[in-house]
Design a protein around this ligand. Structure first.
Ligand SMILES: C[S@@+](CC[C@H](N)C(=O)[O-])C[C@H]1O[C@@H](n2cnc3c(N)ncnc32)[C@H](O)[C@@H]1O
Length: 203
């Protein structure tokens, strides 16, 4: 019963946090995607965890919440956002080992010494296929990759594409093709939030 009460308090707390991120013009994952992330982490119990595009730490909260003995690595291009994420996560979860890197994930990931068991992708859509490329040397067998914004406001299904969206859609389509390669990944798409993919790395 206490746990259920905690869920309601947490919901309110997270709602306030997502409002602050919205005010700061940081698009965050939906609450439902957050709950899914924490569930996947609970079941998978990963040791090495990576988040690409952690923003101000809203999504990181759900990812870190159910980690046990794990090392979390969060990357964001925007140092001001990253600093907020770092402060928020260290005050919410003082016991977790978390490393935050400010910079381009495409440059940072190849230099990391870990292979990951869980990766959450929420960076720039046009770069999604490049993230898969740099991750290819950095995944443990059966690693789980979750990616947000796969449907991109349903634009992924549209016939007509505005110039402004072309790069993002091109990146997303290439990403979908890569994670649909059954020799390398088992992938499912789920219609929550802005659409997510969940892939298991088979190699
Ligand atoms: C949608 S926001 C992330 C929101 C966050 N995941 C959440 O739900 O709270 C996308 C973030 O990706 C970051 N980003 C974009 N390209 C990146 C890259 N190449 N490397 C690292 N971060 C990147 C942006 O700075 C931005 O903060």
């Amino acid at each position: 019963m206490k746990d259920l009460k905690n869920i309601l308090d947490e919901k309110e707390y997270l709602h306030d946090l997502s409002k602050i991120s919205a005010e700061n013009k940081v698009p965050v994952i939906s609450y439902e995607v957050g709950r899914l992330l924490e569930t996947v982490i609970f079941i998978k119990n990963p040791e090495y965890v990576l988040e690409i595009g952690c923003g101000e730490g809203y999504s990181s909260y759900f990812i870190i919440k159910n980690l046990k003995k794990a090392i979390f690595t969060g990357i964001d291009l925007n140092c001001r956002r990253l600093q907020k994420a770092k402060e928020f996560i260290s005050s919410s979860f003082p016991d977790i080992t978390a490393n935050f890197y400010c910079g381009n994930a495409l440059k940072i990931i190849p230099a990391l010494n870990f292979k990951f068991d869980f990766v959450f992708i929420d960076g720039a859509k046009f770069e999604y296929p490049d993230y898969i490329e740099v991750l290819s040397e950095k995944l443990n067998k059966n690693a789980v990759i979750v990616a947000d914004n796969i449907f991109y406001d349903e634009k992924i299904f549209a016939r007509y594409v505005k110039d402004h969206d072309k790069n993002s859609l091109k990146g997303l389509k290439k990403f979908i093709k890569l994670i649909s390669n059954e020799k390398i990944f088992d992938t499912k798409f789920i219609d929550i939030g802005d659409g997510i993919s969940i892939s298991i790395y088979k190699q």
